[in-house]
Design a protein around this ligand. Structure first.
Ligand SMILES: [Zn+2]
Length: 399
């Protein structure tokens, strides 16, 4: 099997000295100030004169800003500052695109403390250096301009070529994120097996072989707790200590839900990628459209009874995360992933092809009114999804 290079990121905990931690905080602070100053400049120009300031102009001014402030902005990497200005530019490009689309977007906002947690160096070797002390066998370091050689807790091997280096603050901890190109794919041995998967709420995914993968019980429980915490928050008085604590609790639960969702997605994707050469799934964009248009949003199973819209939206959002992780793993394992239009997959008989609304007896049970075939409804749907995917594949090969 040939090897394909993929882009991948690696994230490691940093172990800065006390002095380096202070410098990291200062670096982040100064980049945030640069972002906000550049935003202020754009706002003023736009509001006063209707002038659109562009990245090129702001990047050109950076020279002067650095020269005027050698012990402040002048300390840091020119390139990381340009990356910060480009980030602002992206926010504006998105803002104007939404305006052109006839919507009324909010103007890009100033970044408060805690709303700006990343500095990016767009090129290894330019104001930053990964593995800056290769002669040291006991530890890995990353050199960052204005901060020094910072020790990295490198818990795994870095593959491919390091392209960009970012530093990220999460709470009290600092991380380095490497984005690497040409990471060799690690193809898995062929299994000769193919599968369709039906995405649901009671099970994240059900395969055409009848396996129910990663039921989201833990996630549903956290979603319930989050909904309760939000109701609790709504009752607290603004500015009170209790409200501050309630906000912290909601934020912590959100983070927990994100972690659990990602964790579940990784496990489910790994199971599928190990087991199958070809995996067919529903095209989520089409699925969401048809579901909301026909008003037949799949009802959750009783064990995850969705008590609120929030609960539902949390479980729904899991599909997007899951598919992204699956696409990633499939690519590096050399597996084929096919997306199909999910229309009618849940009411068509996978044995005889008879399509009728009455085929679906209950949420869990499928019984064909033509041939009498009965099956778990999600498994039946997964089989239809598989068939549609293989048909698409045949058509593509014939063309
Ligand atoms: Zn049938």
């Amino acid at each position: 099997m040939w090897e394909v290079g993929v882009r991948r990121s690696f994230k490691f905990l940093l172990r800065p000295t006390r002095r380096q931690a202070a410098a990291l905080a200062q670096c982040l602070h100064d980049h945030r100030e640069l972002y906000n100053a550049a935003l202020e400049h754009r706002r003023t120009a736009y509001r006063r004169a209707g002038v659109r300031v562009r990245y090129g102009g702001q990047s050109g001014e950076l020279k002067h800003i650095r020269a005027d402030d050698p012990t402040g902005q002048g300390r840091w990497s020119f390139s990381s500052q340009q990356a910060t200005l480009r980030r602002l530019d992206k926010a504006f490009v998105a803002f104007f695109a939404r305006m052109r689309a006839g919507r009324t977007p909010g103007f890009p906002r100033f970044k408060g403390r805690g709303r700006f947690d990343t500095v990016e160096w767009p090129k290894d070797g330019d104001g930053c250096r990964w593995d800056s002390q290769p002669e040291n066998p006991a530890a890995t370091y990353v050199r960052l301009q204005g901060i020094g050689h910072v020790r990295v807790h490198q818990h795994r091997r870095v593959l491919g070529t390091v392209k960009t280096i970012s530093v990220k603050r999460e709470g009290a901890r600092w991380f380095v994120v490497l984005s690497c190109d040409e990471v060799p794919a690690e193809p898995l041995p062929a299994t000769g097996a193919v599968a369709g998967i039906d995405m649901g709420v009671a099970s994240l995914a059900t395969t055409s072989d009848g396996d129910h993968i990663e039921n989201q019980r833990h996630l549903a429980a956290s979603a319930d707790r989050l909904a309760a915490a939000q109701r609790d928050l709504a009752r607290k008085k603004r500015g009170s200590t209790r409200r501050r604590k309630a906000v912290a609790r909601v934020a912590a639960l959100h983070a927990k839900v994100r972690r659990q969702r990602l964790d579940g997605a990784h496990k489910a994707a790994l199971t599928l990628v190990r087991g199958y050469d070809v995996i067919v799934h529903e095209d989520l964009r089409i699925a969401n459209m048809t579901r909301s248009a026909s008003g037949t949003i799949i009802q959750p199973g009783r064990n995850v009874a969705a008590k609120s819209g929030l609960n539902r939206s949390i479980l729904d959002a899991g599909w997007g995360v899951f598919l992204r992780v699956l696409a990633h793993k499939a690519e590096s394992a050399g597996r084929e992933l096919i997306a199909v239009n999910p229309a009618n997959t849940s009411r068509t008989c996978s044995r005889c092809g008879h399509c009728a609304k009455d085929n679906r007896l209950t949420q869990a049970e499928f019984a064909c009114t033509a041939c009498g075939h009965t099956e778990h409804a999600d498994v039946n749907a997964a089989r239809n999804i598989l068939r549609a995917g293989l048909a698409l594949r045949d058509a593509a090969e014939a063309a």
